[in-house]
Design a binder for this molecule. Sequence first.
Ligand SMILES: [Zn+2]
Length: 240
Amino acid sequence: MADASLSAEVWDALRQLAYEDGERVAVRSALSHAKERATLDVRLGAARTRLSEAEQAVAHASTARRAIEDQIEDTNLRTKRTEARLASGRLQSEREVQAAQTELENLQATAVQNDEAWLLATSNEDTAKSAVPGLTAALASEERAAEDRQAAAEREVADAERRLAAIDAVRRDAAQKLPPDIRDRYRALYPKTGGRPFAEAIAGECSNCHRSVPAASVQMIRAHTGVPSCPSCGRLLLAP
Ligand SMILES: [Zn+2]
């Protein structure tokens, strides 16, 4: 660190660099959010999921209704066969006739249960189907809104990229004005500090890690004779 006072130009460059570093972190975060919004639309995804779930519910209800219809057909067939057997006069004993009649009664009871199950199944199917048109329309309108949102997000991405380029141009100019030793320390710290190599010494404390700053460093900052490092987090300390 130089003993001589750092020039006002160096001091301005340090402050500008610290300020632009902060801007850069904010713009990079805005850029990453805008990129995320441009590629993944959460509301559109949710509308698609709701419609697809409703369509699955219809398919499920239709399958259940068809299973009952198969059962109805089967019960009808067995009823006809049993009736035919009873009408054929080929049943030998009273016991066989009795058994066939009991079977017929059971089949008739099953038919009543089948009808009830069919009514319930068709009602479920109708309910499931009734949700689909509304969700289809909602998806179509969400798709239109998503196009607008995507266009806005893409504009934000382009704006943020332009802002970053401008910030980096200012940072490069400011860095050129620094004494080489300070510039080297700045560059080494940049990737290690998430792009924030500077901190402020406020009331004898580092604004980043809140550990105390030695009196000699505070004096150096006050007298503009150099840029001390925080002994704890290593950041370059400036005056607030
Ligand atoms: Zn610190």
